[in-house]
Design a protein around this ligand. Structure first.
Ligand code: APR
Length: 238
């Protein structure tokens, strides 16, 4: 008897990009250990000292320039491809990451709920464009010409994450929810597992170590993403 469709929703966090050399936030030596997020990743911080905030994100853009997608990113792109080709069900990839490594690996149905580091947005007119270079403090927007309005298109603490309606629509039909490389500390992302479980999905935490909401997951797989994500995908596609 043929099995029905299996709709997959995957949530990734900084841990999936750790082995590509990009830092995580809350681990030893993590970004928020070196920098105070309240001074760099809030709208108030940007209003108060835009030059300092831009310097921080320009440095992260430069850091991203030579980062490469790793085996875990590629495995998820392969799973998406195979799932869609075989018509096995829906596949939605939601990332909290602002890097472009999922894109580099070929992921298509991808949603950056915390924005994208390589995009610049004008606060005055909303003009949004890809820009891997540094944002110069005070530079005029190429669309409206207003200066001092350019910021990285990333979601700061206290701002609404992007695409939530799309995410919850996909969540409504999810059969399998996997959280990869995220500590489960920042909401609403950390609440997705609860939501998925309520809707009857099977839930898997795949990370280096159990996160803050690990006891909610049905299944836990702990170890480096570049080892365990490809292995998990291979089993899923077998
Ligand atoms: N393989 C798999 N998981 C890993 C690896 C690895 N090689 N290295 C670290 N991890 C796991 C850690 O165990 C941890 O659970 O990745 C997680 C990283 O957690 P955080 O640093 O808190 O990152 P994340 O969960 O993505 O943070 C969420 O917080 O600061 C905000 O907007 C920022 O999107 C970020 C959000």
């Amino acid at each position: 008897m043929s099995i029905g469709p299996e709709n997959i929703l995957i949530l990734t966090g900084a841990g999936i990009s750790a082995e590509s050399g990009l830092g995580t936030f809350r681990e030893k030596g993590g970004l928020w250990e070196k920098f105070d997020p309240m001074k760099l990743a809030t709208p108030e911080a940007f209003a108060d000292d835009p030059a300092r905030v831009l310097e921080f994100y320009n440095a992260r853009r430069a850091n991203l320039a030579d980062a490469k997608a790793n085996a875990a990113h590629f495995a998820l792109a392969e799973l998406e491809q195979a799932w869609m080709m075989a018509g096995r069900g829906e596949f939605t990839l939601v990332t909290q990451n602002i890097d472009d490594l999922h894109e580099q690996a070929g992921s298509a149905n991808l949603l950056h709920m915390h924005g994208e580091l390589l995009k610049t947005r004008c606060q005055a007119c909303g003009h949004l464009y890809t820009d891997a270079g540094p944002i110069t403090h005070g530079a005029p927007c190429s669309a409206c010409g207003k200066p001092h309005g350019l910021r990285p298109h990333v979601v700061w603490f206290g701002e609404m994450p992007l695409g939530l309606d799309q995410i919850y629509r996909a969540m409504d039909r999810v059969d399998l929810f996997i959280a990869i490389g995220t500590s489960g500390t920042v909401y609403p992302a950390a609440g997705f597992v609860q939501e998925a479980k309520k809707l009857g999905a099977w839930t898997v935490e795949l990370s280096l170590e159990p996160g803050e909401v690990s006891e909610i997951f049905d299944e836990g797989i702990y170890g480096p993403a570049t080892e365990f994500v490809p292995e998990w995908v291979a089993k899923k596609l077998a």
